[in-house]
Write a protein of this length. Structure first.
Length: 202
């Protein structure tokens, strides 16, 4: 594990019917990723089974999960049985190793996507960005690709499995972490007695 590994905390509030999750960079069936990223598995079978189990322990069938790229290595035929074992309604944000993964029956596929949860714009991309949609209003950005090795910038961080103990991250965990991250560098200051900033001018 890397120094930027975070602990998974609040996964589901009691009585909550649906939770939104995020993850990235599972690299299912990619044997060399164990060596490249110093993953604590003896072989690819152990890695696959651990990540499938961790996924299904937190993600339920009616939950949504946004997967931010690099799902697995192999053909569609090889990856489909793994995909079918994973709970939730799954959305793909395409990564750098998804040539075959894009053929799986995702509920949606995008290269980059902005979603809104609790009125917060969240930009989802496989790659880390320096600025993003409405970052000047302290919006959030989630990414993968860096395997826990790239420090976040303002209200952004890596949701890949190498950074989160090989487990999907709930919106509750995202919200908790964002609460203590620094503001975005380009945050617009709303100075007293000068009125509200006109968003259309920015």
């Amino acid at each position: 594990m890397h120094e930027n590994v975070f602990e998974v905390g609040v996964r589901r509030i009691q009585g909550e019917d649906q939770v939104i999750y995020f993850s990235a960079d599972t690299h299912f069936s990619h044997e060399n990723i164990i060596k490249y990223c110093n993953r604590p598995f003896e072989n690819v079978e152990q890695m696959n089974e651990t990540m499938i189990s961790n996924w299904n322990k937190v993600v339920k069938s009616n939950d949504d999960i946004y997967f931010l790229g690099d799902f697995g290595l192999g053909t569609e035929k090889h990856l489909l049985p793994i995909y079918n074992r994973l709970n939730g309604r799954k959305f793909l944000i395409v990564g750098s190793h998804d040539r075959h993964s894009v053929k799986l029956p995702w509920s949606g596929i995008d290269n980059i996507k902005v979603i809104h949860i609790e009125k917060i714009p969240i930009t989802l991309c496989h790659y880390a960005m320096r600025t993003w949609h409405k970052s000047h209003f302290n919006s959030w950005h989630l990414y993968g690709h860096s395997h826990g090795r790239l420090q976040g910038f303002g209200k952004s961080f890596d949701v890949g499995v190498d950074a989160w103990n090989f487990t999907p991250v709930s919106f509750h965990d995202v919200k908790a972490k964002m609460s203590y991250l620094d503001d975005n560098f380009n945050l617009v200051e709303r100075m007293p007695n000068k009125g509200e900033t006109n968003e259309q001018e920015l």
